[in-house]
Design a protein around this ligand. Structure first.
Ligand SMILES: NC(=O)c1ccc[n+]([C@@H]2O[C@H](COP(=O)([O-])OP(=O)(O)OC[C@H]3O[C@@H](n4cnc5c(N)ncnc54)[C@H](OP(=O)(O)O)[C@@H]3O)[C@@H](O)[C@H]2O)c1
Length: 278
C-alpha cells in the first residue's frame, strides 16, 4: 500500500527543512507517511494545490509567499486560521473539501515559552513585518497577554491595517519601520522576508531593552542576519526560527495524524547539525 502523501509548497522551497522534520516525526511515532517539497507556481498556486490533492495528496504545509492565497482557497477554516487570515496547513477531508489551519502562532509561542522560558508578563513586544507569517502570530502573541505589541512594517499601511484587525484585544498598534523612534522592546520578532537576501529590516540600533531577546523567524545553517543583529546588540537571547519551525510542524503532524510527536530530539538534532538542505 502507498504511504499517505504530504508536502510543503513554497517559492523558493529548496531551503525548507520540513521534509526532514516530518520524516523524523514519522519514524518516532511509527506513522507511514511520505513528505516532499513542491515548488509553487507564482502565477498558478491554486492549480498546483488542486493538482496535488487531485492526485491523492493528504495534506500540505504552505510557506512563503502563499499563505494568504491559501487562506482564500480553502473550503473550511479553523478558528485560528480564520483570525490569522493566513493558512500554513491544509488537510483534505474525507468529503474531498480542503480545510485550512494555521500552526505558526502556536509554534512560535511554544518555542519561546516551553523551549526557552520567555516570560510574556509585562513584556513589550515588537513584531516586524506584516505578511503571512506575521498575521499568523498576532493573535497567539496577544493571548499571552504581553504589556504591549507594536507591529512595524516597511509598508506602514499594512502594519496599521493588521493592528486594526486586533484592536480592542490589548495594547496593540501598527506603524512604519521609521516610526519606531526611540521606543524599546523586551522581545523583537523578525517576521520579514528580508533575511532571505541576507538583509536586516531597517530598525533603530537602540530598540532592544537591556537583556531583551531577539527572535528571527528565519533559520539557516549559519546564524541568520537578524541573529547576528541580536548578538551585536547584546540580546539576552538571539534565537532563530528552527524551534518555531519544528513546533509548528509538530502541530501540523498532530492535525493530520492525530499523534503528537516529541520535538526535543529533533530540535537537538537540528541545533547540532542541520539536516541536509537540498
Ligand atoms: N520558522 C518558521 O516556522 C517560520 C514560519 C513562517 C514564516 N517564517 C519566515 O518568516 C519570513 C516571512 O514570511 P511571510 O510568509 O510572512 O512572507 P511574506 O508574506 O512574503 O511577507 C514578507 C514581509 O517581509 C517584509 N519585507 C520583505 N523584504 C524586506 C526588507 N528588505 N526589509 C524590510 N521588510 C521586508 C514585507 O514588507 P512589505 O509589506 O513592505 O513588502 C512583508 O512584511 C520568511 O523568512 C519565512 O521563512 C518562518
Amino acid at each position: 500500500m502507498m504511504s499517505d502523501r504530504y508536502a510543503v509548497i513554497g517559492n523558493p522551497v529548496r531551503h525548507s527543512l520540513s521534509p526532514g522534520i516530518h520524516a523524523a516525526f514519522a519514524s518516532e511515532t511509527g506513522e507511514d507517511i511520505e513528505y516532499g517539497r513542491l515548488l509553487g507556481d507564482l502565477e498558478d498556486f491554486n492549480g498546483d494545490v488542486r493538482d496535488f490533492f487531485g492526485h491523492g495528496g493528504c495534506g500540505l504545509n504552505v510557506t512563503v509567499p502563499f499563505k494568504e492565497r491559501a487562506w482564500e482557497l480553502m473550503d473550511e477554516l479553523s478558528e485560528r486560521a480564520r483570525i490569522a487570515g493566513a493558512v500554513n496547513t491544509i488537510t483534505r477531508l474525507d468529503n474531498g473539501k480542503l480545510r485550512g489551519d494555521n500552526t505558526d502562532g502556536i509554534g512560535l509561542v511554544r518555542d519561546l515559552v516551553q523551549n526557552h522560558g520567555f516570560d510574556f508578563s509585562n513584556a513589550s513586544l515588537l513584531l516586524i513585518g506584516a505578511g503571512g507569517a506575521s498575521r499568523g502570530v498576532v493573535s497567539p502573541l496577544l493571548e499571552q497577554q504581553p504589556a504591549s505589541l507594536m507591529i512595524a512594517n516597511r509598508t506602514a499601511e499594512k502594519a496599521v491595517m493588521l493592528a486594526d484587525l486586533f484592536g480592542g484585544r490589548g495594547e496593540i498598534c501598527g506603524c512604519g519601520l521609521h516610526e519606531i523612534g526611540s521606543q524599546q522592546f523586551d522581545l523583537i520578532i523578525n517576521a520579514t522576508a528580508a533575511g532571505l537576501k541576507g538583509d536586516v529590516p531597517a530598525i533603530p540600533d537602540t530598540c532592544l531593552t537591556s537583556g531583551g531577546w531577539s527572535y528571527d523567524m528565519m533559520y539557516s545553517r549559519e546564524p541568520t542576519a537578524f541573529v547576528r543583529w541580536g548578538e551585536a546588540h547584546h540580546a539576552g537571547k538571539a534565537l532563530d526560527g528552527v524551534g518555531m519551525l519544528i513546533e509548528q510542524a509538530a502541530e501540523s503532524f498532530f492535525i493530520w495524524r492525530g499523534v503528537r510527536p516529541h520535538t526535543a530530539a529533533v530540535i537537538q538534532q537540528l541545533g547540532r547539525a542541520p539536516l541536509t538542505i537540498t
